[in-house]
Design a protein around this ligand. Sequence first.
Ligand code: NAD
Length: 468
Amino acid sequence: MSSISFLQQVDRMFEKAAAHTSHPEGLLKQIRTCNSMYKMEFPLKKDDGSIEVIQAWRSEHSQHKLPTKGGIRFADNVNEDEVAALATLMTYKCAIVDVPFGGAKGGIKINRKNYSEAEIERITRRYTFELVSKNFIGPGIDVPAPDYGTGPKEMAWIVDTYRSLTNDPLTAAACVTGKPVTLGGVRGRTEATGLGTFFGIREACSVEEDMTKIGLKTGLADKRVVVQGLGNVGYHAAKFMQEGGSTIVGLAEYEGAIHNPDGLDVEEVMAHRKATGSILNFPGATNILDSSKALELPCEILIPAALESVITGENAGRIQAKIIGEAANGPVTADADAILLKMGVMILPDVYLNAGGVTVSYFEWLKNLSHVRFGRMSKRFEQASNERIVRAMAGAVGIDLVDSEMAKVTAGADEIDLVKSGLEETMAGAYTEIREIAIRVGTDLRTAAFINAIDKVAVSYMELGIFP
Ligand code: NAD
């Protein structure tokens, strides 16, 4: 384990990048500082009638743009330092992908396996009550989302509680993202972080010059992949990497890991886990009882998608992957980062790579404020104009298209198509920006991403007239 805290690690990365900028010291300090931290302790009446005190936090790192935005995690090891570090990363992440929000993060210190569904609901609703009462939630203030240990169900409880406590009928749905589609969620949010991870890795693997440097060919087809964590992010990242042509050779969960150099089918492994309660003993695969050892398996791409600080100064030297795609937040410690860079490993940093979730959350927030489903106004119009073009071209070359073929080639974009295309464009555009900075400054991708974030947040502060 690294001796410095998660927040200190993030700040260390910030300082490394800040040294390449020429912003005044005071402005850099303001960008780095975590503006607000609300620590709460509240009682939970358990199903057996006993009372337990629950600890929780919400941190708003920067209000240079509003609302602030960031997930809520339910984990038994969550603490104030971690929440502040994750809120800080959110500020930089939003800047990198041009999402006009400040950074925030929430955490509730519980292991959800120890609580009934009804208890989890009471905890989530009480947490929301605390946020409302201290003005730490609202469509223009601070907008939570899912993170480790939370999903659409918790987001539904949050919006319902917020609605019942506030007089905000027009914009209330935008107080939280990652909601079920029936409650104002957007199609594509569930898989957004995993899909964004895939788009980012695919983009990096498409640059011949960079791939040649690490001894790889372009494309995903000849890449062996190991994924740690099969939750929302890890499962979707693994699924899209497999669909993109890579071979998934290792999968790790908290109960252990499995390895098969010939490939693992992600859906079959998930079905096996559902049926048996574990990924272990999957037909054809070798069990690895110490799950963390999966990180050291031979592969081209390693995707840590569980929790922070899993690659440290202790195990970094044994990593065999040429590319590390940080789907989780903070999976590589600052010590490990230095070792891996010396080893020539390409690290696609969390502040960029897992920004798919907040990007699509931004689309959901826009949808909630506009009260219109994406594609509703344009789908039929696009279809009709595509049809006119195709009919004219088919007529000119003497082809007779049947109706079913015509429908396929002329279909207008629906909400899911627009969300995915917006996400793809965002991830590709942000990668180009970061890569260009890395080349110009002569640094690694993480430092380049931080430089990009610092410059963008600095401009926002200047626009606010705070640092003329
Ligand atoms: P999740 O709760 O859906 O999944 C996490 C998975 O990791 C679980 O299946 C859990 O069993 C597994 N896990 C826990 N400890 C493990 C260990 N030691 N080894 C292997 N597996 C382990 O959470 P998630 O939403 O997928 O988030 C995962 C990471 O991605 C977190 O770091 C989170 O901050 C980050 N992230 C999530 C989102 C999002 O949209 N959900 C967005 C950005 C970043």
